[in-house]
Design a binder for this molecule. Sequence first.
Ligand SMILES: C[S@@+](CC[C@H](N)C(=O)[O-])C[C@H]1O[C@@H](n2cnc3c(N)ncnc32)[C@H](O)[C@@H]1O
Length: 231
Amino acid sequence: MVGADRVLQPAVRGVRRLVGPPALWLRRRVVDEAQDRMRGTRTARWTELEELGLAAPDRVRYVPSPWAALGRVLPRREVSERDVFVDFGAGMGRVVLAAAGYPFRRVVGVELSAELAEVARRNVERRRDRLVCPDVRIVACDATEFEVPDDLTVAYFFNPFRGAIFRTVVDRLIASVDASPRVLRIVYLDPFEERALLDTGRVRLVRSARGRRPGREWSRRHSVHLYELTP
Ligand SMILES: C[S@@+](CC[C@H](N)C(=O)[O-])C[C@H]1O[C@@H](n2cnc3c(N)ncnc32)[C@H](O)[C@@H]1O
């Protein structure tokens, strides 16, 4: 029996590792579509930047965050009407909609693609009556050119860009906090550039939630971290 287990368990683990990620991916796509239908929104369709004529090194394609991602590290009780939220690389606006369910004073989505930004605006309009936040906007521009509002207190990233683009945006967040001292929380899903963030010496990790199984690597890549950038 023990001998059989020794053979069976690695085999089961192997099958899970092989089948698990595609099955989860498929489930997410199916569940995602269903959740969009329920809300009357359109956020589920992954979109390559090549399709939009915007592909360039360090820019990442449109893939939506899970609807629940923000809530995994930012409970509603930690947000008040003094807080302002920006999603850098907002895509079709799913996280903008999730954040607009919190009592933020203002929620902004910044998106490179004018086409995706237009889809996000339509999604916001469709949900307008149900949003808690009274002021929700979508800005179509490159995140490196977006002027960081001096009242921004929560910045969201779902691995939207890497390398020099990411560092430029983080430098602008730091400059904004230096000019108008405040605590700026950063929520980062799939924190590909975490090292760059921590290496600024200005940011500390406050909490994190790992992605669900299977596989350590998959779980790490789908983790969401909350950091604080302080004056
Ligand atoms: C992984 S998706 C995240 C979408 C959304 N934040 C969410 O979580 O549902 C990354 C998004 O970043 C956008 N993006 C990539 N480079 C950008 C840039 N330089 N400035 C603004 N947006 C950018 C892409 O067009 C894409 O919509």
